[in-house]
Design a binder for this molecule. Structure first.
Ligand code: ATP
Length: 293
């Protein structure tokens, strides 16, 4: 029986700009995405029934057809007329509903994994086209690395990302943020501070991490931090411990800080762990999905 194990990595945003809204409700964005080496592990195996079975070590995600993994399997089965059963175990390490695309990355891993298990012979580009139906972030999660994402997030221009020696401190406060509410709370006619993505891309290319850190802007941050004081509190704790810059990822509530000094990052982590449980020190990664073994 065919089986595969994959790493399904999270992302952070080094910038987010929202340019408008489409008729269908999707927002038009321009943002820099960066894969980080914080990952879930997905173990996918064929079963001898026709069922789709999802299991997980996490109590925070649905295990029925509301799980995006279930949707990804269904989509591929329908598209390629396959009725084989699949069992997936999701080992969750990426905080859920955090602004780190954990779900989108799991969907991406399923597409990459089943492409191999079922020998579909799809190229990465074809997988990305299929993945878009599951979510705007799925195409990026399939490739990973670093990219400027435009359109609704699916038009990707790959760029040089953070080098692997930059230390990224992640802190997810224990509160729930609805992506829909955050986008809904953004006044598109009243955004006063937008990221200069061209400049950020140039700084990344020149490995000028200080300039990257100092020029990161997420236009959604004001909306989320108005609802939750933890966002600016965490940023302050990071900056007080010599982070080069700190910002919210996605629609939040995860906050990350960039450090060039390991000791400073460790001190900041220690400080944050007095109040928050989900705190991680990570690096960037050049791949979104990776087959284990
Ligand atoms: P994004 O950055 O793409 O907005 P996110 O990090 O904010 O994503 P996710 O962790 O992907 O959010 O979860 C969003 C919602 O999707 C959660 O409420 C969760 O219950 C649901 N969900 C369904 N399947 C999954 C999955 N495999 N992993 C995580 N969440 C899932």
């Amino acid at each position: 029986m065919n089986s595969i194990e994959l790493k399904s990595r999270a992302k952070i945003n080094l910038s987010i700009d929202v340019l408008g809204k489409r008729q269908d409700g999707y927002h038009l964005v321009e943002m820099i995405m960066q894969t980080i080496d914080l990952s879930d592990v997905l173990r996918i195996k064929e079963s001898d029934t026709e069922d789709i079975v999802i299991k997980s070590n996490s109590g925070d995600i649905p295990l029925d057809d509301n799980n995006i993994v279930y949707k990804a399997i269904t989509l591929l089965r329908e598209k390629f007329n396959i009725n084989k059963g699949i069992e997936v175990f999701i080992e969750k390490n990426i905080p859920v509903a955090a602004g780190m695309a954990g779900g989108s990355s799991n969907a991406a891993a399923v597409l990459v994994g089943l492409n191999k298990v079922w020998d579909l012979g799809l190229s990465e580009k074809e997988l990305q086209e299929i993945g878009l139906a599951l979510g705007a972030d799925v195409p990026f999660c399939i490739s990973g690395g670093a990219a400027l994402a435009q359109g609704i997030g699916e038009e990707l221009t790959y760029i040089k990302g953070l080098s692997e020696d930059v230390i990224i401190l992640i802190c997810k406060p224990n509160l729930f943020v609805s992506t829909k509410d955050v986008y809904g709370g953004l006044d598109l006619n009243n955004i006063d501070n937008r990221p200069d993505n061209r400049y950020l891309i140039e700084c990344l290319k020149n490995k000028d991490i200080k300039a990257v850190a100092e020029n990161m802007v997420n236009v959604l941050e004001g909306v989320t931090s108005n609802m939750h004081s933890e966002i600016s509190e965490i940023e302050k704790m990071m900056i007080d411990n010599n982070a080069l810059g700190a910002m919210m990822s996605g629609s939040g509530p995860t906050v990350f800080g960039l450090f060039n000094n390991k000791e400073d990052a460790l001190n900041a982590k220690k400080e944050l762990m007095k109040k928050y449980e989900q705190v991680y020190l990570v690096n960037s990664s050049e791949r979104g999905i990776e087959v284990n073994g």
